[in-house]
Design a protein around this ligand. Structure first.
Ligand SMILES: [Fe+2]
Length: 240
């Protein structure tokens, strides 16, 4: 049996990641997956990236927020997001990332896949077709059929929608562990999942873990960042 830790959409919320670490002991896993969006909306992007850099057996990809931070660092114009408060968060992140962590982000792929036994597992930020596609569990079944056809993977691990779910369509397992650091469903607790792959069985378990939201609020206040994000972490909802 292989035990795989599924993380994603951390959004620089290191206190949430540490709470998960305390709860499950990551070193006991065969693999640690991160579906991307390490950065933006909280003030701990360096701590978050370093947590992955110092670990072995990780499979990480970048997400749309990471891609935009790298765009700024490459001196390119940032068209989106348009909202002023959001842009403040992106520029703050790009100004505060340490060189070794920028280098790490730049080294990451947009998607990844690996095999466990005879099972091929794909890691995507959005979907296997589009890293920016938000695939919600209530998306039309036809879309899941298409995605099942468009990839050779039997398991798709995806992020981006921040909605935890597990669906099997045409024998393909679609798993979203939810967001470690920025949940939108009104429950501010950190979300993650554990995948167990046996020789002929796949099992998925989702978890929600409370963490010290006040540490995130303190970090935002200390850096004079838009108040709306402190509120967002406190209530676990998208506010803008
Ligand atoms: Fe995200």
């Amino acid at each position: 049996m292989k035990k795989i830790l599924l993380l994603g959409d951390i959004h620089a919320n290191f206190p949430a990641l540490k709470a998960i670490e305390k709860h499950i002991k990551p070193d006991r896993f065969d693999r640690i997956i991160n579906t991307g969006d390490f950065t933006v909306y909280s003030t701990f992007p360096n701590e978050t990236i370093q947590w992955f850099r110092k670990r072995k057996k990780t499979i990480c990809i970048f997400g749309n927020t990471d891609r935009r931070v790298l765009r700024i660092l490459n001196g390119k114009k940032l068209k989106r997001p348009r909202k002023k408060e959001k842009r403040v968060m992106y520029f703050w992140t790009s100004e505060n990332l340490l060189p070794e962590n920028i280098k790490y982000l730049k080294s990451l792929p947009q998607k990844a896949d690996f095999t466990t036994g005879s099972i091929r597992i794909g890691v995507f930020h959005g979907t296997c077709d589009d890293p920016d596609e938000e695939l919600f569990p209530d998306a039309p079944e036809a879309r899941f059929h298409q995605l099942a056809k468009n990839s050779a993977c039997q398991i798709h691990i995806m992020g981006h929608s921040h909605v935890p779910y597990y669906k099997i369509v045409d024998g393909v397992h679609f798993i979203n562990p939810g967001s470690v650091g920025r949940m939108f469903d009104g429950d501010p607790r950190a979300s993650f999942a554990i995948l167990r792959v046996y020789s002929n069985k796949i099992a998925v378990e989702h978890f929600r873990i409370p963490y010290g939201v006040e540490k995130v609020v303190k970090g935002l206040k200390k850096n004079n960042l838009p108040h709306i994000y402190a509120k967002m972490f406190q209530v676990g909802k998208k506010l803008n």
